[in-house]
Design a protein around this ligand. Sequence first.
Ligand code: L34
Length: 294
Amino acid sequence: MAEIISGTELRSAILDELRTEVAAMRAEHGIVPGLVTILVGENPASVSYVSLKVRTALELGFHEVQDNQPADISEADLLALIARYNADPAIHGILVQLPLPPHIDETKVINAIDPDKDVDGFHPVNLGRLLIGDERFPPCTPAGIREMLIRSGTPIAGAEVVVVGRSNIVGKPIAVMLGQKGTDATVTLVHTRTKDLAGHCRRADILIVAAGVPGLVRPEWIKPGATVIDVGVNRIGFNEKTGKPMLSGDVAFAEACKVAGKITPVPGGVGPMTIAMLMKNTVLSAKWHLATNR
Ligand code: L34
């Protein structure tokens, strides 16, 4: 049976490390990391993720501004709001939860965030830095995945990594990060137009699945002993008793456990790590602003 890599457990170790850093910053410099979370509208998944982010920031002693905006806010007003936080010295990190309503251009919004406060790592400047190996703010989900691989003792250098899915927020950046000099994996990026998806997956020492298709990866797709990272957080219905949403990953988990060497669960896997990495990037940003007097 596969060893479970618990995102929940790793998260608490990371948050403990950050708590110490925040306390030191407060004692030595009289400031704490400042994070604004901007949520537009009331998409249930977004509401849930943003509340977890707010709660975690408060637990760590951050200055946290929860800025909820109506779904019909104009693009111009949202851009103006971002400009205000760009200029606010108490704010080191700006997060605009995605997806945004269809009348707002996501690219314009991401481009409006000061790259020095872009703790999501979605701004083209930060993605460009990532590409050339000058990492500043790694996007949170890929950073969480890398951390899970390292902290679970999975060898990365020389490993065959297969990434399923080519989104800007997960697939593309994690492929770049793991293939980077110093990390040294051999990376294959596969997607909906790939011929023989299963064949590629079966070669993987590390299989990272971010396709958004519940149960896509079958046990026959997994090389025995491989490490499987399941990024899917699919809402597949509601629990009849509790009324809470039921989550499922992109991997057929129970069967995959019989083949994989290590595997991440859903929930309690990559999701909690994403939030921990957002906190880490915000601490990083606060330190950078301190060091550069900005
Ligand atoms: N701007 N938009 C921006 N930044 C991000 O980093 C995100 N993402 C993705 C969606 N949009 C974003 C997130 O925050 C996905 N995501 C995210 C964050 C946390 C969790 C899942 C996705 C998470 O904590 N999942 C829990 C279950 C939470 C629940 O019950 O709903 C888990 O254990 O998987």
